[in-house]
Write a protein that binds this ligand. Structure first.
Ligand SMILES: [Zn+2]
Length: 519
C-alpha cells in the first residue's frame, strides 16, 4: 500500500453543519462547516480529538493569552493553518514505507497477531486459550480499513493498558482519564465549528510551558527514528527532560508494525466502508518506550499525601466518575488521602475571559482491570468557574461521604447478624449513592452560583442528604418481607444510625448557630 499523508488526505470521519457525514483532511480544519468528529466508536472519537489537538498544539499554539484570544475572536485562518502544518508533513505519513505513523522504525521480528488486537475489548490469546471470551467473541473483527486502522492504532498508543511481560503502558499509565473543555454554546448557537471546539483546548505556549518545536524530529514524534527501547538490562526509560515535552501528545509505548503487504478487499469491520486495502495482521514486540515522570496536559493527576509515592493519573473506576471526584478535576485541592490536580488544559482555560461562550467539562476513558477493558465511561459535567464556592462544595462532599459510611454500616447491620464478618462486594451501595445524589449536587452548585447564602444552603443540603440516606436504607431493608428479614435487627440498626445521627446533626448545627451569634 502506498503511503498517504494524514494531514492532506481526507480521512477523519466528521459531521457537517447540514447533518451530512464525510471525511476531513486536517489541513482543512478551518472550514466552518465542519462541526464534529463522527467516529464509529466513542473511544476512536476521543482519539481523533486528541490527534487534532496534538497537531494544533505542535504547529499553531499561540504564544500567549492575547494571541489565543485573537484567534478566538477573529477566527482560524485556513492559510495560516496550512503554513503551520507544512513542517509536520514528513512525520504524518501512513503506509508500507518507513517512517509510518505510530509504528516502529525498524522491521520487527516479533509475534504476528490479528489487527483486531488494536482494540481493547478484543479477547487476548489467554482468553481464547481459556475459552473465556463470553461477551466479546473472537473473530468478529478481522479486517480494518486504513482510516479506522490509524485511529485504532493511535488510540491504543494513547491508552495502552498492561499487555504482559514488557508490553509497556501508555505515557500516562494504562487507561487514563482524559478531560477536555467542551464548548456547549457560542453566541447563542449550539452548532459550533469543530476548530472552535478544539481551540478551547489548545494552550498558549507560555501558560503550558510548551514552546513550538524547533525541529519536527523524533524528540516529538518517536516513530521518526529508532525506538528508545526498554529491555531490562540494556534499555532506557524516557523522561520529559530527554525528549521534547510535546511528545506527551504522541507517546508510543507499543512497538507495532502493520502488515501492509497482504491487503484484502471487502467491508471494514468497524465502519462498514468498502475498501481494497483492508488490513488484517501486524507484528508486535515488547519493550517499547517506557515513559517515566510525565504529566500529560489532558489528564488530571493525584499526589498521595503519604510521602514517597509520586503523581499518578486519574483513571475511570467501576461505576464511572462520581461527583465527589469531579471537584478535583476542576480545581486543585485535597481529599482525605490525595492532593488533586486538574489537567493542565482545564487550568489554562480558566485564564481566558470568555464572552458569549457556555462551556463544560467532558471526561472519558476506559476502566481497565490489568489488560481487560471492563467498561467505557464518558461524562459531561459543568465546569466550575466560580472559585469562591469551591470550599462550600468540598464541605458538601464531606457531608455526603459521612452519610455514605453511615449508610454502609447501617445496611450491613440490618442485613447480617454478624455485620463485621459480612463478606461480599458492597461497592454497589457507593455507586448508587453517588449517582442518585448527583442531581441534588448540581442543584446545589446552581443555587450557590446564583447567590444563595452558603450557610443556609449547606444546612439544607445536610438535611436533604440525610433524608435521602435514610430513605435509601428503608427501601433496601423493608422491600422483601419473605426473605428472612429480621425486623428487630432492622429497627435496631435504624435507631442506632439514623436517630442518633439526626440528634447529632441538629445538635451540631445548633452549636454552630450559637457560636456564630456569639461572634
Ligand atoms: Zn473503517
Amino acid at each position: 500500500m502506498n503511503n498517504f499523508s494524514l494531514l492532506t488526505t481526507p480521512w477523519l470521519p466528521v459531521r457537517f453543519k447540514d447533518g451530512a457525514m464525510g471525511k476531513l483532511a486536517p489541513v482543512d480544519l478551518a472550514d466552518e462547516n465542519v462541526v464534529d468528529i463522527a467516529a464509529s466508536r466513542a473511544d476512536l472519537k476521543g482519539a481523533a480529538w486528541q490527534f487534532l489537538l496534538g497537531l494544533l498544539q505542535c504547529s499553531i499554539a499561540p504564544k500567549n493569552r492575547t494571541r489565543w484570544e485573537d484567534v478566538w475572536v477573529d477566527g482560524l485562518s485556513a492559510d495560516t493553518l496550512h503554513r503551520a502544518l507544512e513542517p509536520l508533513e514528513h512525520a504524518f505519513q501512513f503506509g508500507g514505507e518507513t517512517p509510518s505513523f505510530m509504528q516502529d522504525f525498524e522491521p520487527l521480528t516479533g509475534e504476528k497477531v490479528s489487527i483486531a488486537s488494536l482494540l481493547p475489548e478484543i479477547p487476548g490469546k489467554q482468553a481464547i486459550k481459556r475459552n473465556s471470551d463470553h461477551f466479546i467473541k473472537r473473530g468478529v473483527t478481522e479486517y480494518l480499513c486504513p482510516h479506522c486502522t490509524v485511529l485504532s492504532l493511535f488510540s491504543l498508543q494513547l491508552i495502552s493498558p498492561e499487555g504482559g511481560r514488557g508490553y509497556r503502558t501508555g505515557l500516562r499509565g494504562g487507561g487514563p482519564m482524559t478531560t477536555l473543555i467542551e464548548l456547549q454554546e457560542f453566541q447563542g448557537n449550539r452548532q459550533t465549528p469543530l476548530w472552535r471546539k478544539l481551540w478551547l483546548n489548545v494552550m498558549p505556549q507560555d501558560i503550558a510551558e510548551m514552546p513550538l518545536p524547533c525541529s519536527c524530529d523524533e524528540s516529538v514524534f518517536p516513530w521518526l527514528a529508532k525506538t528508545r527501547t526498554s529491555e531490562p538490562l540494556t534499555g532506557v526509560n524516557t523522561t520529559p527532560e530527554e525528549v521534547n515535552t510535546l511528545q506527551a501528545y504522541w507517546g508510543m509505548p507499543r512497538r507495532i508494525r502493520l502488515d501492509f503487504s497482504s491487503l484484502h478487499s471487502g467491508a471494514c469491520d468497524l465502519c462498514g466502508t468498502h475498501s481494497d486495502e483492508l488490513l488484517r495482521e501486524m507484528t508486535v514486540k515488547n519493550y517499547g518506550v517506557n515513559y517515566e515522570g510525565w504529566r500529560h496536559p489532558l489528564t488530571p493527576y493525584r499526589l498521595p499525601l503519604k510521602e514517597g509515592i509520586g503523581f499518578y493519573s486519574v483513571k475511570p473506576q467501576p461505576g464511572g466518575l462520581i461527583w465527589r471526584d469531579w471537584l478535583g478535576l476542576n480545581h486543585e485541592g485535597a481529599s482525605d488521602n490525595n492532593a488533586e490536580y486538574p489537567a493542565l488544559v482545564v487550568k489554562a482555560v480558566g485564564a481566558h475571559s470568555l464572552k458569549d461562550a457556555r462551556i463544560g467539562l467532558w471526561g472519558f476513558g476506559y476502566d481497565f482491570k490489568s489488560n481487560k477493558a471492563r467498561c467505557w465511561y464518558e461524562h459531561h459535567l459543568p465546569l466550575l468557574l466560580t472559585e469562591n464556592i469551591i470550599p462550600h462544595l468540598r464541605n458538601a462532599a464531606q457531608t455526603a461521604s459521612r452519610n455514605l459510611s453511615l449508610l454502609r454500616s447501617a445496611l450491613k447491620e440490618a442485613w447480617f447478624a454478624d455485620a463485621k464478618g459480612a463478606r461480599g462486594d458492597f461497592s454497589f451501595i457507593d455507586i448508587d449513592f453517588w449517582n442518585l445524589t448527583q442531581e441534588r449536587f448540581l442543584t446545589l452548585i446552581h443555587d450557590l452560583e446564583n447567590g444563595w447564602e452558603p450557610d443556609d444552603r449547606l444546612s439544607k443540603w445536610q438535611t436533604d442528604i440525610w433524608l435521602f440516606t435514610r430513605r435509601y436504607f428503608d427501601d433496601h431493608v423493608f422491600t422483601n418481607p419473605h426473605d428472612g428479614v429480621d425486623l428487630k435487627r432492622i429497627m435496631m440498626a435504624r435507631k442506632k444510625y439514623f436517630t442518633k445521627s439526626a440528634e447529632k446533626q441538629s445538635a451540631k448545627a445548633a452549636k454552630a448557630r450559637k457560636q456564630e451569634a456569639a461572634e
